[in-house]
Design a protein around this ligand. Structure first.
Ligand code: NI
Length: 182
């Protein structure tokens, strides 16, 4: 019988995500590094948050963290996620996926609305994702784009208030740190 301990779940999800993002030819934006670097960073934020949070389902959250971009960035389907990782994980990854049919300026708020219907671990993955992404922006980003990115991070932090105290304070600090790039 397959064991469902954290290591097993982690290995299964990271291998699945690695194969999918690799097959899609996706790299860490602006680099030639594997996209897996981003997913590992998000997973690490979640592991640390889990050890700093009461009643946190790390087994669930770690799978969602590793798989969070598979629907948005690779040809993975919801059915495939459901079959491989179960219904709860598939629904969570769906909530974290922007609806490509919506106008650009509605995609974020629509996703945040769907995330807010999910368990707090899913909110936490969204915070961890933005914490990870708030790094030195690519040189070609102009100040408008940088400001917009910071503003968006603030919207995420506000919309997901109450998600996870540890990650909320991490994101708040990252937003302040990001000001040096504007
Ligand atoms: Ni991401």
């Amino acid at each position: 019988m397959e064991s469902n301990d954290l290591h097993t779940l982690y290995q299964k999800a990271i291998l699945f995500a690695a194969k999918k993002h690799h097959a899609a030819g996706q790299t860490l934006p602006g680099t030639e590094l594997p996209y897996l670097v981003h997913l590992s960073n998000v997973a690490m934020e979640i592991l640390i948050a889990g050890s700093n949070t009461l009643d946190f389902d790390t087994n669930f959250a770690i799978q969602v963290a590793l798989l969070h971009d598979t629907l948005e960035d690779t040809p993975t389907t919801s059915a495939e996620l459901e079959q491989t990782f179960g219904n709860k994980v598939a629904i969570a990854v769906n909530a974290l996926t922007k609806n490509g049919n919506l106008p650009k300026n509605e995609k974020m708020s629509d996703s945040l609305t769907r995330i807010r219907t999910q368990p707090k671990e899913v909110w936490a993955v969204k915070l961890a994702d933005r914490i990870t992404n708030l790094q030195k922006p690519p040189a070609h980003w102009d100040s408008v784009k940088r400001l917009k990115y910071k503003f968006e991070a603030q919207i995420i932090l506000t919309a997901l208030k109450g998600a996870n105290a540890y990650l909320e304070s991490r994101l708040a600090a990252k937003i302040i740190e990001y000001e040096q790039y504007i």
